[in-house]
Design a binder for this molecule. Structure first.
Ligand code: PLP
Length: 430
């Protein structure tokens, strides 16, 4: 039972109460403030590019629900779609037109997907894609990249990014050694290590999985040719290429990173944006592989709430608004933010950005892999983080996470945010 007799008022009071109920007071570790110190903001409301905490304080939000929100919080079209769907029932456990409507919109934008299966999270998507790759190849080994995060999947927590990296863990307790041993890891963007691994043991790999643009160790773009080389090696050695677009899908281009880089993976994982802020994931790819999924084939995967009518309606409403001009706008606003940040930090930080995803690393040069990201000055980030919070700007609470703009971050919001960054930096620069 909660210990507080009176109703909590402040974030700290709510957090204290939550800590009696949830491990660490949170329902996902990335929300904790362990890496930056202090207690998490407890939020009451969000609209556009802003969030409000339980104390009524307003913040420019650069978390955007970890990238899930692209149109802006509480977008009227999404809210209306949810309300309309809810009036007809919140869950059927049976096929319905809403899931066909979202699938058609997804497949039209990502032609590499010939078939798709909706699930409830990105974690489920990558877990299912892995199982499918193993079913398709009859092999067990998986290649992933250091600092890439694909959800809290046993085999994929090895050297994972996001909260695993933020907490400084090599993986997770509770993952059997035998499972972890099936996962091989390489540094991202290391061509030589990639060639060597495939030359040595490519025939043992069921799949290589990666974030095409790494966003879970801060924002780290692929080096030119890296994705293409991985594609070629997978084809040559009979391994499936799984591109995890949970973060990048529908965010970095109309057709995601696959469109942006002209990629033809075997399987793609989706989540975040395709649910319009509701819990959704998806995996899909070539028909040849997807026909192995039950009930057509022997690879079993299922979900009581999969294809949930509210989530499908929210996703379709969001995706319908993602016209080509939206991406031009995200690029223009992202560039404006990047330019301003570069001017503020000068040679004290590196700003890395692709479209509406970006990071500021307190590092001397470009960050190409997890080792460089992890070596950045996290203490400096923590100081900046709190100085910004005091000035009404909320960043993800870790130096090893990407920041996300949404479409409500207009020029005025960005310029005002930059003014606050300037003041915060002045206050904390060492
Ligand atoms: N894959 C990537 C690239 C992600 O960024 C995430 C979450 O941040 C996931 C998978 C897991 O998604 P979820 O948190 O919905 O399970």
């Amino acid at each position: 039972m909660p210990k507080t007799a009176v109703s909590p008022q402040t974030s700290a009071e709510w957090h204290a109460q939550a800590a009696e109920l949830f491990p660490g007071g949170v329902n996902s570790p990335v929300r904790a403030f362990g890496a930056v110190g202090g207690t998490p903001l407890v939020l009451r409301r969000a609209e556009g590019c802003r969030v409000w905490d339980v104390e009524g304080r307003e913040y420019f939000d650069y978390v955007s629900s970890w990238g899930a929100i692209l149109l802006g919080h509480a977008h009227p079209a999404v809210n209306e779609a949810i309300a309309r769907a809810a009036a007809d029932g919140t869950s059927f456990g049976a096929p319905h037109p809403g899931e066909v409507a979202l699938a058609e919109a997804v497949l039209e934008r990502m032609p590499v997907l010939e078939r798709v299966r909706f699930v409830n999270s990105g974690t489920e998507a990558s877990q299912s894609a892995l199982r499918l790759a193993r079913a398709a190849t009859g092999r067990t080994k998986i290649l992933k990249f250091e600092g890439h995060y694909h959800g809290a999947v046993d085999a994929l927590l090895v050297k994972a990014g996001s909260g695993v990296a933020t907490l400084g863990l090599p993986g997770s307790a509770g993952v059997p050694e035998a499972v972890a041993a099936e996962t091989w890891t390489l540094p991202f963007n290391d061509f030589e290590a990639l060639e060597n691994l495939f030359a040595r043991s490519g025939e043992m790999l069921a799949a290589a999985i990666l974030e095409p643009i790494a966003g879970n160790m801060g924002l780290v773009p692929p080096e030119p040719g890296f994705l293409e080389r991985l594609r070629a090696l997978c084809t040559q050695h009979g391994a499936l290429m799984i591109v995890d677009e949970v973060m990048t899908g529908f965010r970095v281009a109309r057709g995601g990173a696959c469109e942006r880089y002209g990629l033809q993976p075997d399987l793609v994982c989706l989540g975040k944006v395709i649910g319009g802020g509701l819990p959704v994931g998806a995996y899909g790819g070539r028909k040849e592989w997807m026909d192995l999924v039950a009930p057509l084939g022997p690879m079993y995967q299922a979900g009581t709430l999969s294809g949930n009518p509210l989530a499908m309606a929210a996703g379709r409403a969001a995706i319908d608004r993602l016209t080509p001009s939206v991406y031009e706008r995200l690029e223009a606003c992202g560039a404006r933010f990047e330019t301003g940040l570069r001017m503020i930090f000068g040679d004290r930080a590196v700003v890395q950005r692709i479209g509406s995803m970006l990071s500021v690393f307190f590092a001397a040069g470009p960050v190409r892999d997890f080792r460089a990201a992890d070596a950045s000055d996290k203490a400096q980030f923590a100081k900046l983080f709190h100085a910004l919070l005091e000035r009404g700007v909320a960043l993800p609470p870790s130096a090893l996470e990407a920041w996300f703009l949404n479409l409500a971050h207009d020029e005025a919001a960005i310029d005002e945010s930059l003014t606050r960054f300037e003041a915060a930096w002045k206050a904390v620069r060492a």
